[in-house]
Write a protein that binds this ligand. Structure first.
Ligand code: HEC
Ligand code: HEC
Length: 343
């Protein structure tokens, strides 16, 4: 493992080993301190996003909400962003591969749109820098929403009674107001509210009792076994690219991840380390959707990334910890628009 992990990550793991060992001492106070000593690597707690008060910012978010749930952004008016990234379903659809235009299945598993704007980049291979840029991809992707061109999207929205006014309110300085970039900008403004704090954030904020056993045991094992080397920061991931199959090759080599994008040998099988927020709710797992169950995903991670065969007990504890990472998107953000223009 050492040869492949960034030096900083190894240092973090080593410095964390000592408190982990202390954690097995019987005194509750010592245990609390041991847990606290593990937390700096996870950074600051997430805080829920609020709908903006500023009128223009609010108009952008509301336009974004409408577009995110808008089926008419697809060629046959049947698919929206929400079809594959449900705001009431933790930003996913629960499918191994999602259903796009004309019964086409996506080539990769749909990652969650929740908390995604905080990642270092978007997509499994990081090919879009921001959620605003990302949003312009699927609308034109043949196997997803399949609109023929950016111009066709702008023309279609322009013909629907009411969209012109919504774009003008959201982008008062933009002439014309309806542009393909503004479609991405509005959807991005909405997605930037997709923050899902939960009990783990209470722990990060200093409430030692926010997690219980076996979740705390799982947290210690997550750190001591080495998961945290890649799944770090307050999203437990989303901030680095790493090789899938560091210790043992991943069985499915069809998709080479970042290599397919950069053509650099060093990028073979490199994928963005996914965030583990809400992970209990976002299966199937991996870019190829090859694990249905979290238990299986954890076992395979230990084997392929760390060269370890987890005991049943270690696996159960880590899964209990991962289940504690389920948060919630506030209802006022998850809700679809009250009405769609022209309907
Ligand atoms: C047919 C299903 C489908 C539709 C419709 C769809 N997506 Fe996706 N989305 C995916 C898949 C599959 C990926 C991963 C593709 C990849 O990494 O190559 C993805 C990736 C993403 C990501 C990146 C998340 C991450 O962790 O990297 C975001 C954000 C996202 N989609 C938002 C949207 C938005 C906004 C729309 C509407 C404009 C949309 N999606 C429409 C299937 C879909
Ligand atoms: C060397 C870096 C590394 C280590 C160590 C590591 N992971 Fe991962 N993890 C990744 C990468 C990269 C992916 C994305 C793989 C893909 O492309 O499907 C991933 C994916 C996952 C997923 C699936 C996420 C999803 O949304 O589909 C889970 C769950 C997971 N890891 C948990 C763990 C656990 C638990 C450990 C410790 C036993 C661990 N990981 C150790 C890099 C790592």
């Amino acid at each position: 493992m050492a040869a492949h992990l960034p030096f900083a990550a190894m240092k973090i793991i080593r410095s964390l080993m000592i408190p982990v060992l202390l954690g097995s001492a019987p005194l509750a106070a010592v245990a609390d301190d041991a847990v606290k000593a593990l937390l700096p690597v996870f950074g600051k707690p997430l805080t829920a996003a609020k709908l903006p008060k500023d009128a223009v910012a609010r108009a952008q978010v509301e336009l974004g909400r409408t577009l995110y749930h808008e089926n008419r952004l697809s060629r046959d008016n049947s698919i929206s962003c929400n079809s594959c990234h449900s705001t009431t379903g933790f930003g996913v659809d629960g499918e191994k591969f999602s259903l796009g235009f004309d019964n086409h299945r996506t080539g990769r598993n749909s990652p969650t749109s929740f908390n995604a704007f905080m990642h270092l980049a978007q997509f499994w291979d990081g090919r879009a820098p921001t959620v605003e840029e990302q949003a312009k991809g699927p609308i034109l992707a043949g196997g997803e929403m399949a609109m023929p061109s950016a111009e066709a999207v702008v023309a279609k929205l322009g013909k629907i009674d009411g969209y012109e006014a919504l774009f003008q309110k959201a982008f008062p300085k933009s002439k014309p107001a309806i542009t393909y970039d503004n479609v991405g900008n509005a959807i991005g403004a909405y997605e930037r509210l997709f923050v899902t704090p939960g009990r783990f954030d209470q722990l990060l904020a200093g409430q030692a009792k926010a997690l219980k056993e076996p979740e705390l045991r799982g947290l210690k094992k997550f750190v001591s076994i080495g998961c945290v080397a890649c799944h770090t920061g307050n999203l437990l991931g989303g901030n680095a690219y790493q090789k899938l199959g560091v210790q043992k090759p991943w069985p499915n080599q069809k998709d080479q991840g970042r290599f397919d994008l950069t053509k650099k040998k060093a990028d073979k099988m490199f994928f963005k380390v996914p965030s583990l927020r809400n992970i209990a709710k976002t299966g199937p797992y991996f870019h190829d959707g090859s694990s249905d169950k979290l238990e299986d995903a954890v076992q395979r991670m230990a084997a392929h990334q760390l060269g370890k065969d987890l005991s049943k007990e270690d696996r159960a504890d880590i899964v209990a910890f991962l289940r504690s990472l389920t948060g919630k998107l506030p209802k006022n953000i998850a809700a679809p628009p009250k009405a769609f223009p022209g309907k």
